[in-house]
Write a protein of this length. Structure first.
Length: 223
Protein backbone atom coordinates (compact mmCIF):
# COMPACT_ATOMS: atom_id res chain seq x y z
CA UNK A 1 0.00 0.00 0.00
CA UNK A 2 1.49 3.31 -1.11
CA UNK A 3 0.27 6.79 -0.23
CA UNK A 4 1.05 10.00 -2.01
CA UNK A 5 2.94 12.40 0.22
CA UNK A 6 1.35 15.79 0.08
CA UNK A 7 3.50 18.73 1.12
CA UNK A 8 0.19 20.57 1.62
CA UNK A 9 -0.67 18.20 4.47
CA UNK A 10 2.69 18.90 6.13
CA UNK A 11 2.35 22.68 5.80
CA UNK A 12 -1.25 22.57 7.05
CA UNK A 13 -0.23 20.77 10.26
CA UNK A 14 2.75 23.05 10.91
CA UNK A 15 0.48 26.07 10.39
CA UNK A 16 -1.90 24.78 13.07
CA UNK A 17 0.96 24.98 15.58
CA UNK A 18 -0.30 21.94 17.49
CA UNK A 19 1.64 19.94 20.10
CA UNK A 20 3.26 17.67 17.52
CA UNK A 21 2.41 18.06 13.82
CA UNK A 22 3.92 14.65 13.10
CA UNK A 23 1.58 12.94 15.57
CA UNK A 24 -1.34 14.52 13.69
CA UNK A 25 -0.01 13.30 10.36
CA UNK A 26 0.70 9.85 11.78
CA UNK A 27 -2.92 9.59 12.88
CA UNK A 28 -4.08 10.25 9.32
CA UNK A 29 -1.62 7.69 7.92
CA UNK A 30 -2.74 5.06 10.50
CA UNK A 31 -6.41 5.65 9.76
CA UNK A 32 -5.83 5.34 6.00
CA UNK A 33 -3.93 2.08 6.50
CA UNK A 34 -6.67 0.67 8.76
CA UNK A 35 -9.36 1.60 6.22
CA UNK A 36 -7.37 0.00 3.43
CA UNK A 37 -6.81 -3.19 5.43
CA UNK A 38 -10.53 -3.65 5.91
CA UNK A 39 -11.39 -2.79 2.32
CA UNK A 40 -9.18 -3.90 -0.60
CA UNK A 41 -6.61 -5.32 1.83
CA UNK A 42 -8.96 -8.19 2.64
CA UNK A 43 -8.82 -9.37 -0.97
CA UNK A 44 -5.13 -8.73 -1.55
CA UNK A 45 -3.14 -11.96 -1.12
CA UNK A 46 0.06 -10.12 -0.33
CA UNK A 47 -1.60 -8.02 2.40
CA UNK A 48 -3.40 -11.07 3.84
CA UNK A 49 -0.04 -12.87 4.01
CA UNK A 50 1.48 -9.97 5.94
CA UNK A 51 -1.50 -9.79 8.31
CA UNK A 52 -1.11 -13.52 8.82
CA UNK A 53 2.54 -12.98 9.84
CA UNK A 54 2.22 -9.80 11.91
CA UNK A 55 -1.31 -9.38 13.21
CA UNK A 56 -2.31 -6.24 15.14
CA UNK A 57 -1.35 -4.57 18.42
CA UNK A 58 -4.15 -3.76 20.90
CA UNK A 59 -4.31 -0.09 19.88
CA UNK A 60 -4.79 -0.93 16.21
CA UNK A 61 -7.13 -3.84 16.86
CA UNK A 62 -9.34 -1.39 18.75
CA UNK A 63 -9.06 1.18 15.98
CA UNK A 64 -10.05 -1.45 13.39
CA UNK A 65 -12.91 -2.61 15.61
CA UNK A 66 -14.32 0.93 15.72
CA UNK A 67 -14.56 0.96 11.92
CA UNK A 68 -17.74 -0.13 10.14
CA UNK A 69 -16.37 -3.28 8.46
CA UNK A 70 -16.58 -5.93 11.19
CA UNK A 71 -16.53 -8.57 8.42
CA UNK A 72 -13.17 -7.26 7.16
CA UNK A 73 -11.67 -7.52 10.65
CA UNK A 74 -13.13 -10.98 11.14
CA UNK A 75 -11.54 -12.16 7.87
CA UNK A 76 -8.19 -10.63 8.78
CA UNK A 77 -8.23 -12.21 12.26
CA UNK A 78 -9.16 -15.62 10.81
CA UNK A 79 -6.08 -15.31 8.61
CA UNK A 80 -3.94 -14.28 11.57
CA UNK A 81 -5.02 -17.35 13.54
CA UNK A 82 -3.28 -19.60 10.99
CA UNK A 83 0.05 -18.34 12.32
CA UNK A 84 -1.03 -18.55 15.95
CA UNK A 85 -2.05 -22.22 15.53
CA UNK A 86 1.44 -22.95 14.21
CA UNK A 87 2.83 -21.70 17.53
CA UNK A 88 0.20 -23.04 19.95
CA UNK A 89 0.88 -26.81 19.78
CA UNK A 90 0.92 -29.59 22.34
CA UNK A 91 4.28 -28.95 24.13
CA UNK A 92 6.52 -32.03 23.77
CA UNK A 93 8.79 -31.12 26.68
CA UNK A 94 9.66 -28.27 29.03
CA UNK A 95 12.25 -27.09 26.49
CA UNK A 96 9.58 -27.08 23.79
CA UNK A 97 7.19 -25.19 26.11
CA UNK A 98 9.81 -22.48 26.68
CA UNK A 99 10.40 -22.23 22.93
CA UNK A 100 6.65 -21.86 22.31
CA UNK A 101 6.41 -19.25 25.05
CA UNK A 102 9.17 -17.19 23.43
CA UNK A 103 7.58 -17.50 19.97
CA UNK A 104 4.14 -16.57 21.24
CA UNK A 105 5.36 -13.50 23.10
CA UNK A 106 7.17 -12.42 19.92
CA UNK A 107 3.94 -12.83 17.93
CA UNK A 108 2.19 -10.48 20.36
CA UNK A 109 4.74 -7.74 19.70
CA UNK A 110 4.21 -7.40 15.94
CA UNK A 111 1.57 -5.27 14.20
CA UNK A 112 1.11 -4.69 10.50
CA UNK A 113 -0.44 -1.23 11.04
CA UNK A 114 2.52 -0.13 13.22
CA UNK A 115 4.89 -1.54 10.61
CA UNK A 116 3.21 0.09 7.57
CA UNK A 117 2.78 3.39 9.44
CA UNK A 118 6.46 3.53 10.42
CA UNK A 119 7.45 2.91 6.78
CA UNK A 120 5.06 5.60 5.45
CA UNK A 121 6.19 8.14 8.04
CA UNK A 122 9.79 7.95 6.78
CA UNK A 123 8.57 9.79 3.64
CA UNK A 124 7.25 12.61 5.86
CA UNK A 125 10.55 12.91 7.82
CA UNK A 126 12.45 13.17 4.55
CA UNK A 127 10.02 15.64 2.97
CA UNK A 128 10.06 17.92 6.02
CA UNK A 129 13.85 17.95 5.83
CA UNK A 130 13.76 18.82 2.13
CA UNK A 131 11.09 21.50 2.61
CA UNK A 132 13.28 23.10 5.27
CA UNK A 133 16.21 23.23 2.84
CA UNK A 134 14.23 24.52 -0.14
CA UNK A 135 11.39 26.69 1.15
CA UNK A 136 12.15 29.82 3.19
CA UNK A 137 8.54 30.09 4.27
CA UNK A 138 8.53 26.55 5.65
CA UNK A 139 11.84 27.14 7.41
CA UNK A 140 10.31 30.10 9.27
CA UNK A 141 7.25 28.01 10.10
CA UNK A 142 9.34 25.22 11.60
CA UNK A 143 11.43 27.70 13.61
CA UNK A 144 8.24 29.12 15.13
CA UNK A 145 6.62 25.74 15.78
CA UNK A 146 6.04 24.08 19.15
CA UNK A 147 8.57 21.36 18.29
CA UNK A 148 7.64 17.67 18.62
CA UNK A 149 7.01 14.74 20.89
CA UNK A 150 10.28 12.96 21.73
CA UNK A 151 9.69 10.07 19.32
CA UNK A 152 9.17 12.39 16.36
CA UNK A 153 12.07 14.62 17.36
CA UNK A 154 14.25 11.48 17.35
CA UNK A 155 12.90 10.50 13.93
CA UNK A 156 13.66 13.92 12.42
CA UNK A 157 17.23 13.70 13.76
CA UNK A 158 17.55 10.23 12.22
CA UNK A 159 16.64 11.52 8.72
CA UNK A 160 18.47 14.87 8.90
CA UNK A 161 20.94 13.83 6.19
CA UNK A 162 18.24 14.67 3.59
CA UNK A 163 18.72 18.37 4.38
CA UNK A 164 21.85 18.33 2.19
CA UNK A 165 23.87 21.51 2.58
CA UNK A 166 21.45 22.84 5.22
CA UNK A 167 22.12 19.83 7.47
CA UNK A 168 24.01 21.67 10.22
CA UNK A 169 21.52 24.53 10.36
CA UNK A 170 18.58 22.10 10.31
CA UNK A 171 19.99 20.15 13.26
CA UNK A 172 20.59 23.38 15.23
CA UNK A 173 17.03 24.55 14.53
CA UNK A 174 15.56 21.22 15.61
CA UNK A 175 17.61 21.22 18.81
CA UNK A 176 16.76 24.85 19.65
CA UNK A 177 13.00 24.44 19.32
CA UNK A 178 12.99 21.08 21.10
CA UNK A 179 15.16 22.33 23.95
CA UNK A 180 12.93 25.39 24.36
CA UNK A 181 9.86 23.17 24.55
CA UNK A 182 11.37 20.78 27.10
CA UNK A 183 12.68 23.63 29.28
CA UNK A 184 9.21 25.15 29.32
CA UNK A 185 7.78 21.74 30.32
CA UNK A 186 10.21 21.52 33.26
CA UNK A 187 9.37 25.06 34.32
CA UNK A 188 5.65 24.20 34.32
CA UNK A 189 6.30 20.99 36.31
CA UNK A 190 8.21 23.04 38.91
CA UNK A 191 5.41 25.61 39.06
CA UNK A 192 2.86 22.80 39.46
CA UNK A 193 4.84 21.20 42.31
CA UNK A 194 5.43 24.56 44.02
CA UNK A 195 1.72 25.38 43.94
CA UNK A 196 1.17 22.27 46.08
CA UNK A 197 3.42 23.65 48.82
CA UNK A 198 1.31 24.61 51.87
CA UNK A 199 2.65 28.18 51.69
CA UNK A 200 1.00 28.55 48.29
CA UNK A 201 -2.36 27.08 49.26
CA UNK A 202 -5.22 28.89 47.58
CA UNK A 203 -3.04 30.44 44.88
CA UNK A 204 -4.36 29.73 41.38
CA UNK A 205 -2.52 27.08 39.35
CA UNK A 206 -2.69 29.14 36.16
CA UNK A 207 -0.71 27.70 33.25
CA UNK A 208 0.78 25.07 35.62
CA UNK A 209 -2.45 23.06 35.23
CA UNK A 210 -1.11 22.06 31.79
CA UNK A 211 2.18 20.67 33.22
CA UNK A 212 1.24 16.97 33.38
CA UNK A 213 -0.78 16.79 30.11
CA UNK A 214 2.10 18.65 28.45
CA UNK A 215 4.82 16.30 29.73
CA UNK A 216 2.63 13.35 28.69
CA UNK A 217 2.49 14.82 25.20
CA UNK A 218 6.30 15.33 25.21
CA UNK A 219 6.89 11.67 26.05
CA UNK A 220 4.05 9.86 24.34
CA UNK A 221 2.74 12.24 21.67
CA UNK A 222 -0.87 11.88 20.66
CA UNK A 223 -1.68 8.24 21.24
ZN1 LIG B 1 4.69 13.20 17.72
ZN1 LIG C 1 -0.08 -1.36 15.96
Amino acid sequence: MQYHISTGLIVKHFEQNCNCPLCEMEKIVETNICRELLADGCMDDDVRKQVNEMGFCLKHFEQLYEMPSKLGLSLQMTTRMNTIFKVVRQPKSLKDAKKQSKQLLKELESCIVCDFTAKEMIKYYKTITQLYSNEQEFKAMLKNSNAFCLKHYAKLLEYAQYAGFSQKEYLSTLYEIQNKRLKKSVQLLNDFSNRHDYRNLGKPLGEATTALPRIKSDFFGKK
